[in-house]
Design a protein around this ligand. Structure first.
Ligand code: PEP
Ligand code: MG
Length: 321
């Protein structure tokens, strides 16, 4: 099968009826680019910038970050790269960051919440990203956005740094600004967000956990971590529809984007971009070629009107496998 899939490395990511959906890769370091290329990704849909912070003994400098981002953007040779700003906190600590001891770290001080309170650190990262954006197609994505005000603040700070760099004659691009949709409040309010952001990427790993109030690493409740629960599917569809209403791109970068049972439903919902670990790209491209968009739209409609996770799994089996 691997050999069959490998033949699809340079083939377009289209369904049986010729509808194109972007297949992109999630990466953690610039070294991951090799696998991105051999697996024929059309872009990087999520570059988790945390590694820069976690592999260091102190806050990474603007120049160190710039080098890493530029390496990735140039390595992708004009293909789009979405870099997510620092997503520290939750289970990801830093030796040099004194984090408060929290009862509930996943609902605590993490990601954009840290960036917006430690703005000097945030501005350093943004300057590095803005400078790297002069070398290719780079988008900036903010993690764990819960309110419009958070996005507006992040955008305002980005624009301020952009202007400062321009004033100093430093080469910069004009990156698109987007959000991760992984907090249920942002998913529900997607119609409002869609008017202000350039793109959204659904982070199902966190979105499912927060929506079901279940931690998948906790064995006692992991059965509640249900990607195909119609409640989750409705939330996802609402986000996709909201994006399309405003002419914006709807992407997904959680595990679900490469989940072979979920892909047919997501195709039926019209998700524009699927970003996943590089090793899942070719098998997903192979799956696309077996799917008919109109039929998958019927499947998606049935799935959101089903009652349980198991019912949806059965539906996908009937429609596809
Ligand atoms: C997600 O939450 O789906 C996601 C892609 O972010 P991470 O897995 O890095 O938390
Ligand atoms: Mg997440």
């Amino acid at each position: 099968q691997r050999i069959e899939w490998q033949k699809l490395q340079d083939k377009p990511s289209v369904t049986k009826d010729g509808v194109h959906h972007v297949l992109a890769a999630n990466i953690g370091t610039p070294e991951d680019l090799t696998a991105v290329k051999t697996n024929g990704a059309e872009g990087v849909g999520l570059f988790r910038s945390e590694f820069l912070y976690m592999n260091a003994n102190n806050w990474p400098t603007e120049d160190d970050q710039f080098e890493a981002y530029r390496t990735v953007v140039q390595g992708m040779a004009g293909k789009p790269v979405v870099v997510r700003t620092m997503d520290i906190g939750g289970d990801k600590g830093l030796p040099y960051l004194d984090m408060p001891k929290e009862m509930n770290p996943f609902m605590g001080y993490r990601a954009i919440r840290i960036s917006l309170s430690k703005t000097a650190i945030f501005r350093t990262q943004l300057r590095a990203l803005l400078r790297a954006s002069a070398y290719g197609d780079l988008g900036i994505m903010f993690p764990m956005i819960a309110t419009l005000d958070e996005f507006r603040s992040a955008k305002r700070i980005t624009k301020e740094e952009h202007q400062k760099l321009l004033d100093d004659d430093v080469p910069v691009g004009d990156p698109q600004l987007g959000i991760m949709v992984e907090v249920p409040a942002a998913a529900i309010l997607a119609d409002q967000f869609a008017k202000e952001v350039d793109f959204m990427s659904i982070g199902t790993n966190d979105l499912i956990g927060y929506s079901m109030a279940a931690d998948r690493t906790n064995e006692r409740v992991s059965y509640l971590y249900q990607p195909y629960n119609p409640a989750i599917l409705r939330l996802i569809k609402h986000v996709i529809d909201a994006c399309h209403q405003e002419g914006k791109i709807a992407a997904m970068c959680g595990e679900m984007a490469g989940d072979q049972l979920a892909v047919p439903i997501l195709v039926g919902m019209g998700l524009d971009e699927f970003s996943m670990s590089a090793t899942s790209i070719l098998k997903t491209r192979a799956l696309f070629r077996r799917l008919d968009s109109a039929k998958m739209a019927v499947l998606a409609d049935k799935a959101i009107h089903a009652g349980t996770n198991e019912e949806v799994i059965k539906l996908v089996d009937e429609f596809v496998f």
